[in-house]
Design a protein around this ligand. Structure first.
Ligand code: FHN
Length: 443
């Protein structure tokens, strides 16, 4: 294919190998928080329940901007306890968090110099985002900030730039966006990343040079900053990947509520992250969780493991209530995942693609700290009670055992060169479990 000349494409050669990126990669598991005014009505307006995503209620229920914006005067999360949130996240096993500083509604969770539509002008008044960042950092959790460029509140937002006036308005919007982002990095210097969203409209796609220059400026302000691929469009309007198919930003963030094909090896070449909801499609707090399937902790753990097995991160979303606490069900899921992580996080942190063909019992992961051990995370027990492992030809398994019972070894049956059956030694089991295989040192 003929390559196009792309001036405003990728900024840095990928995959990034600096310390900040290595840390991001080793984290593997993150918590996403969607919190804004939408948490107050929670998907219900004037007695009517709207099934679509709660953070879209303004548009689903056709609410005027003035009416929606007045929710600001009700935002008073008296039950918000940043330390408790951070503790819950830590106990769940996440190493990073991404929080919505401004979602599409335009409301800002920090006191911004550039708008009154912010936390300072609510009954709460305090710098909620600052409290949040401090508490999470104190638990050793890295913080990234979600920022929606699309803004339903801002008078200068235009979906498409049709007229000279639209263009002038959008110039002001660009300045506002840049000011707010620099303000966030100035106010919160420990921030590790920016997570862009709401960048799909024509206006943004028509401004590839602007987003290129902006990414540069933000990285000058905060060296090591990690930016998702959603931020950028090149000068031809191509998003995530430039017109030659080269990834922009530092990692691919197109996996939203979906995972790659688990047998796909190509995906392991880039850094990527999957963001996932617990219900079908609710990011902000919705009062009614009976509307769709609610994922179980084992379903979510499987997604986390799959991401790890393909060199991806897993960002699991929580939508706290307007009052500032989490629904029971979210607390329970966090606890269940945390219990599993307590025993098994060694197959997640610092782990990635093992270089082996996936088998139907589950996923292989491999820690970058070890040359001769491979993790097998089992989700489907084979009917014949034997686990197939296909290594590279010539590789020999020295020993296989359960992570939970390291003293007892599995029986090994070599069925072809480098290919084995491991006999099941685990009886009844409800939860996904881990088998470790140790390879013989070839030297
Ligand atoms: O419209 C948003 C949605 O509310 C949510 O924030 C997700 C998270 O990836 N992003 C947008 C849809 O792509």
């Amino acid at each position: 294919a003929i390559k196009k000349e792309v001036k405003y494409g990728q900024l840095t050669e990928l995959p990034r190998q600096d310390e900040a990126m290595k840390k991001w990669r080793s984290n593997r598991f993150g918590q996403f928080i969607h919190w804004g005014l939408y948490a107050i009505p929670g998907g219900i307006w004037e007695g009517k329940t709207y099934k679509y995503a709660a953070e879209f209620l303004k548009s689903s229920a056709g609410i005027s901007t003035a009416t929606w914006d007045s929710l600001q005067y009700q935002f008073n999360p008296v039950k918000f306890d940043a330390k408790e949130w951070a503790k819950m996240a830590k106990d769940m096993g996440v190493k990073y968090v991404t929080i919505t500083t401004k979602h599409h509604e335009g409301f800002c969770l920090w006191p911004s110099k550039y708008t009154d539509f912010d936390i300072e002008n609510t009954p709460y008044r305090k710098d909620l985002l600052g409290e949040f960042i401090k508490a999470y950092n104190e638990e050793g959790i890295d913080v990234s900030l979600y920022y929606s460029v699309l803004d339903w509140h801002h008078p200068d937002w235009r979906y498409k730039l049709n007229t000279e006036e639209d263009k002038a308005a959008f110039e002001r919007l660009k300045a506002f966006t840049e000011n707010q982002l620099l303000e966030l990095l100035e106010r919160y210097p420990t921030v590790k990343g920016l997570w862009f969203d709401g960048t799909w409209d024509q206006c943004w796609k028509d401004n590839g040079k602007f987003s290129y220059d902006l990414e540069k400026k933000l990285k000058e302000k905060n060296p090591g900053l990690i930016v998702n691929s959603r931020m950028r469009a090149d000068e031809y309007g191509s998003r995530h990947f430039d017109s030659n198919g080269v990834l922009m930003g530092d990692y691919e963030s197109g996996y939203e509520r979906r995972l790659p094909n688990p047998w796909d090896v190509a995906v392991t070449k880039n850094d990527w992250e999957c963001c996932m909801t617990i219900p079908e499609n609710q990011w902000g707090y919705h009062k009614d969780w009976t509307l769709t399937h609610i994922k179980t902790s084992n379903e979510l753990i499987e997604m986390l493991v799959q991401c790890t097995s393909q060199n991806g991160n897993f960002l699991l979303n929580f939508g706290p209530r307007g009052e500032g606490n989490f629904r029971e069900k979210e607390v329970k899921l966090a606890k269940e995942i945390g219990d599993w992580m307590d025993d098994n996080s060694s197959v997640i942190y610092n782990c990635g693609y093992a270089g082996l063909k996936k088998q139907s019992w589950g996923y292989f992961t491999k820690s970058s700290d070890s040359d001769d051990a491979i993790n097998m995370v089992v989700f489907n027990k084979p009917i014949n009670g034997k686990y197939r492992v296909k290594l590279n030809k010539g590789s020999i398994i020295k020993r296989a055992y359960l992570l939970s019972k390291p003293k007892k070894s599995f029986n090994l049956e070599e069925i072809a060169n480098g290919e084995y059956f491991l006999d099941d030694v685990k009886g009844k089991c409800k939860d996904p479990f881990v088998i470790i295989i140790e390879l013989e040192d070839k030297d």
